[in-house]
Design a protein around this ligand. Structure first.
Ligand code: AMP
Length: 403
């Protein structure tokens, strides 16, 4: 049984074709720079395969439809392709950012689901239109193949009101649905289940702090398997400092910038999302480049690193207080899985909370997972590889089986 997972963004489409019996990735790739003068599609027959099994196309890609047409062409290419025709695909699972308070459980896509995703564009303005375009084009190109929408907010819907309501006039919540929704839910959900499996426990027994640290970063506090708080908010801009997003700042900074510079809210929003965070401080948003610059004595790179780890450490402390008891801190995503300096920086000085890292273990490379806590650490510390595509594919199959 083959499931195609699609993550359609404003100017990109990431995709992965999975074999559900073996969990093998049959093909994966990314269509980038849709709508720009020169777009690109990078397709891999399977991860880690040799150069011949990769193909890069560079050409203008006007819209999502053209991008999707190109990827369908490569998936069915006799030399590269993983399928003879798209009818071999059992279903398509779509990552959808925002379904609001009523639409968060995964659903087979019909007109009502599409209307609801459209109705939620005001609270997911950057992502929902692209998610919808991905669904509509996939329906057109793969008639008869069921499509399932999996919402990035689902895992966080268990938060209590004290965690998700903002201290604004209550009508902002009632009328405009302004509240904390949280994102990266598929990853946090996968990690909560996977951590329990790896520790030989059930999720209901475990209290976890999960740090998803990639280009976007979010933390969640998970009590007895259920999310009770998370760092992202109404949008993915909130919480810790990220690659290009600022995370939490004093909200009064926004009118202040507008007054001082004459920038309008659209320009300020773009600055906070795309020119801030690590990039705003030192000009770089890839942590590997930041380490290279730190090694050469770049003070801004050092400051960016220290701010990044300090801000995450404060969330770890806050989630300790929210949970009362913590069984494990779990690191995941690009930085969390691969960067021992960030992990050590985040957890430094937390011995009084019972967190002690084993430096040698922390310096190791995680396969599927690894333990990096010292034997005397009261709290376990793990690195667990996330797999959002597998989680979306599994969910897609479950939804269709339940009918
Ligand atoms: P993700 O969004 O999970 O794909 O993570 C992407 C980010 O992970 C990149 O922007 C890098 O900052 C970071 N990253 C990936 N590999 C490494 C590595 N080996 N060491 C440090 N950071 C890494």
């Amino acid at each position: 049984m083959k499931v195609l997972v699609i993550n359609s963004g404003s100017s990109s489409i990431k995709y992965q074709l999975l074999d559900m019996q073996t969990r093998a990735v049959l093909a994966s790739g990314i269509v980038e720079r849709i709508g720009e003068p020169l777009g690109a599609l990078t397709h891999k027959k399977a991860p880690g395969t040799d150069a011949e099994a990769r193909k890069t196309i560079e050409q203008p890609i006007a819209d999502h439809k053209q991008g999707m047409n190109l990827l369908v062409g490569l998936l069915t290419d006799p030399e590269l392709g993983a399928v003879a025709d798209m009818g071999e695909i059992y279903a398509v699972g779509h990552r959808v950012l925002q379904g609001g308070e009523t639409l968060y459980m995964p659903l087979a896509v019909d007109d009502a689901v599409k209307d609801a995703i459209r109705a939620n564009i005001p609270i997911g303005p950057l992502h929902n239109p692209a998610n919808l375009a991905g669904i509509e084009v996939a329906q057109e190109l793969m008639p008869g193949v069921p499509q399932v929408a999996v919402f990035d907010t689902e895992f966080h819907q268990t938060m209590p009101a004290q965690a998700f309501i903002y201290p604004l006039p209550y009508e902002m919540y009632e009328r405009h649905r302004i509240r904390r929704y949280g994102f990266h839910g598929t990853s946090h959900k996968f990690i909560a289940k996977e951590t329990a499996r790896l520790l030989g426990r059930v999720p209901e027994e475990l209290n976890l702090i999960i740090a998803h640290l990639g280009n976007g970063c979010s933390l969640s506090a998970v009590k007895a398997g259920r999310c009770v708080d998370t760092s992202m908010g109404l949008t993915p801009l909130a919480g810790v400092m990220m690659g290009t997003r600022c995370g939490d700042i004093d909200p009064a900074i926004i009118p202040f910038i507008a007054e001082q510079t004459g920038m309008d809210v659209v320009q300020i929003d773009a600055m906070l999302n795309k020119q801030s965070g690590l990039k705003g401080i030192c000009g770089m948003n890839d942590m590997r480049d930041i380490h290279a610059a730190r090694a050469k004595g770049d003070e801004r790179a050092q400051l960016a690193f220290e701010m990044f780890t300090y801000r995450i450490r404060k969330y770890v402390g806050a989630y300790f207080a929210a949970l009362g008891r913590v069984d494990a801190v779990v690191f995941t995503a690009g930085i969390g899985e691969n960067d021992p300096d960030v992990r050590a920086g985040v957890l430094q000085g937390l011995e009084s909370l019972g967190i002690v890292l084993d430096p040698a273990a922390n310096a190791g490379r995680a396969g599927e997972w690894m333990r990096i806590a010292a034997p005397q650490s009261r709290v376990d510390v793990l690195v667990v590889r996330t797999n959002e595509e597998l989680e979306i594919a599994r969910t897609t199959v479950e939804v269709l089986r339940k009918g």
